[in-house]
Design a protein around this ligand. Structure first.
Ligand code: DQA
Length: 153
């Protein structure tokens, strides 16, 4: 089965963008260690980043179909600033229910500006990982497996 790592606006700039917030690891590095981690666990990890909201919605819809076909375990998404603005992203995740989508933020958004404290994505998410740096993507993959593969529930 496949896991999708989905990154939203400005995350292509990881590594050089506000390193005090987001560190020095590039998106290519993140995608490479997610793929390696997934493979070790027996999953194929696909990665996609876009600065365009619609492209992210299309990818969620595409994966929703693959989930129905039994080909997908779930999605890890860092929606970037769309977290705080996008009802469309909320609706897309609801629209592909029950495909699990884990929300992931590199920084601790709750320790930052008030406008980052609200997430439209969180009410639709199967789990949320916040403030672990880029390791959070791995925590999210592990959480996806623990909740949807290894759990008895
Ligand atoms: C972010 C937090 C958001 O508030 C911000 O707009 C981002 C990155 C994070 O990973 O910490 O682009 O999602």
């Amino acid at each position: 089965k496949k896991i999708l790592i989905l990154n939203g606006p400005n995350l292509n700039l990881l590594g050089t963008r506000e390193p005090a917030q987001y560190g020095h690891t590039t998106l290519a590095d993140v995608e490479a260690f997610c793929k390696a981690h997934g493979e070790k666990l027996g999953y194929a990890v696909e990665c996609f980043q876009s600065n365009w909201e619609g492209a992210l919605l299309d990818k969620i819809h595409e994966y929703g179909q693959l989930f129905k076909a039994g080909e997908v375990l779930g999605v890890v998404i860092n929606p970037g600033a769309l977290t705080h603005t996008s009802i469309a992203l909320h609706d897309a995740i609801k629209g592909v229910d029950p495909m699990p989508v884990i929300e992931c933020h590199i920084s601790n958004v709750h320790a930052r500006e008030a406008f980052r404290h609200h997430s439209w994505v969180s009410p639709a998410a199967a789990g949320i990982v916040i403030g672990f740096g880029v390791d959070g993507y791995l925590v999210a993959i592990d959480g996806l497996l623990r909740k949807f593969v290894h759990s008895a529930a």
